[in-house]
Design a protein around this ligand. Structure first.
Ligand code: ZN
Length: 153
């Protein structure tokens, strides 16, 4: 199905989130790789005259990115506050031999404060959406439609 994917300002943390817009059905997905915020708007019920949508919004409590040595990735969104139990579990995951520790990271996001618990998030992580947009336009050129900010992790 036709969709356009571009970066937007995260409604939760103000950094760069991704939006996937299905312009034919008006369905929408927002996902923030910085704080874990996610939003979905999907069709619940469709009749000839009416479309009912279902909206779901989950505030970001953080994100865990695990990068394996073979390049494959695993993302875990923290939909609630990080517990010690989960922290220990994720630490154990990262200590696996197949994991690229340099590139894996865990961040919590509570009360608008980011805390890097371990690892090295990419440079883009630190940028506000404004700064991110400028960087992308400088790197890839300004797109025909200026809302279509390129996506980069
Ligand atoms: Zn965010």
């Amino acid at each position: 199905m036709a969709s356009i994917l571009y970066a937007i300002e995260c409604p939760c943390c103000g950094r760069s989130a991704f939006e996937d817009d299905y312009y034919k059905t008006d369905e929408k997905f927002i996902f923030c790789l910085r704080c874990g915020f996610n939003y979905t708007k999907t069709i619940e019920k469709y009749t000839k005259d009416n479309i009912e949508y279902k909206e779901e919004k989950i505030e970001g409590h953080g994100i865990f990115i695990l990068v394996n040595k073979d390049g494959s990735q695993e993302k875990i969104i923290l939909n609630s506050s990080l517990t010690n139990e989960l922290l220990e579990e994720l630490k154990a995951k990262v200590n696996d031999n197949n994991v690229n520790q340099e590139k894996s990271y865990l961040i919590s996001h509570e009360n608008e404060v980011f805390t890097i618990l371990f690892g090295n998030p990419p440079e883009n992580f630190y940028l506000s959406f404004e700064e991110y947009r400028e960087k992308m336009f400088a790197k890839y050129g300004v797109p025909d439609f200026d809302f279509m900010v390129p996506i980069e992790e």
